[in-house]
Design a protein around this ligand. Structure first.
Ligand SMILES: NC(=O)c1ccc[n+]([C@@H]2O[C@H](COP(=O)([O-])OP(=O)(O)OC[C@H]3O[C@@H](n4cnc5c(N)ncnc54)[C@H](OP(=O)(O)O)[C@@H]3O)[C@@H](O)[C@H]2O)c1
Length: 285
């Protein structure tokens, strides 16, 4: 079936996910308008209104966010401005021109004390400023009736700063590093998430979805796989959360059930090891 050409306004396009969407531009029929803060500051309501009116997008895909989880604890106002207030601006201004919003959220909206895979309607109870502000953002995005809110976790890619790139850097410098082994979740390739977003906008069913790569691991095993796949001789010491204190509290279990997304959009979600291998091959090039 032929796919309609959509105009897609991407915010925060210089970040990990935004760059992964840029990669897809040549292979899909859609018209993309890629913006980051220099072209469109999402906290500027007037600028957002102007671009919505002139571009008339089918969707705004919001990849902009305050993602520094620990820094957010002492930078609450800016985290709230970007993760909540600006999402309200985007969702409202999009709705005024009949556009929908794809908004990316996080497993950190959950308390993270349940080892069972959590559905989208599981109770939310964020434990950090980042999680609280992202949940506020979800609520604002949902006020646009054409909303697709996608919660993801442990995002990495060939772009920006992320755990995979940090481990590869440390693994080249040290023979052993300590990594937390009592926080469980699903690493997610931002490249896979970008593809999933485009599948969703092509036959949208509005609502909240979980999307992460399949399989569950902890940060220490994730690090071991990064070292092994990267050919780095660095051993990983399994440590506890208490041994690696951080300003923001992280969920012990970030395990999301992805069946709603997979069934609704008819996609097979890749296992995390498979996607990690693809990204590492790209980084090795
Ligand atoms: N990273 C993760 O592990 C993770 C996990 C779960 C969910 N998520 C969510 O996934 C989404 C994408 O994350 P990501 O890792 O791709 O984020 P990212 O790499 O931090 O990219 C965010 C982008 O937004 C830009 N930005 C900041 N303020 C802006 C403003 N006022 N207007 C427009 N753009 C602005 C940033 O620019 P600067 O770099 O100059 O600030 C950056 O280019 C976010 O919603 C995040 O909350 C991420």
């Amino acid at each position: 079936m032929a796919v309609n050409k959509l105009t897609l306004l991407v915010t925060g396009a210089n970040g990990q996910l935004g760059n992964c969407l840029r990669e897809l531009e040549p292979i899909v029929p859609h018209k993309f308008i890629f913006t980051d803060v220099a072209e469109l500051d999402i906290t500027n309501a007037e600028a957002v209104r102007h671009i919505m009116e002139s571009a008339q997008p089918a969707y705004v895909i919001n990849c902009a966010a305050y993602t520094a989880v620990d820094k957010a604890e002492s930078d609450k106002d800016l985290a709230k401005l970007l993760n909540a207030t600006a999402v309200q601006i985007l969702a409202d201004e999009a709705q005024k021109v009949g556009a929908g919003i794809v908004h990316v959220s996080t497993d950190y909206v959950l308390k993270g004390d349940n080892p069972e895979p959590q559905n989208e309607d599981a109770p939310t109870e964020p434990q950090s400023v980042y999680g609280i502000t992202k949940l506020q953002g979800e609520k604002f995005a949902a006020a646009n009736y054409k909303h697709i809110i996608i919660r993801t976790s442990w995002l990495y890619s060939i772009y920006g700063n992320n755990f995979v790139k940090t481990m590869r850097r440390l693994g080249a410098e040290k023979s052993e590093i300590g990594v937390v082994a009592d926080q469980w979740g699903s690493p997610t390739s931002a490249h896979d998430l970008a593809k999933a977003i485009l599948v969703a906008v092509e036959k949208p069913v509005y609502g909240v979805y979980n999307f992460a790569n399949e399989g569950v691991t902890n940060w220490a095993i994730f690090a071991e796989e990064i070292m092994r796949m990267s050919g780095l001789d660095c051993s990983i010491k399994h440590i506890t959360t208490e041994e690696y204190p951080t300003p923001a509290k992280r969920p012990q279990y970030s395990i999301m059930n992805k069946a709603k997304f997979a069934n609704c959009y008819g996609v097979i979600i890749a296992e995390w090891e498979h996607s990690l291998e693809n990204v590492i091959k790209q980084l090795d090039k």
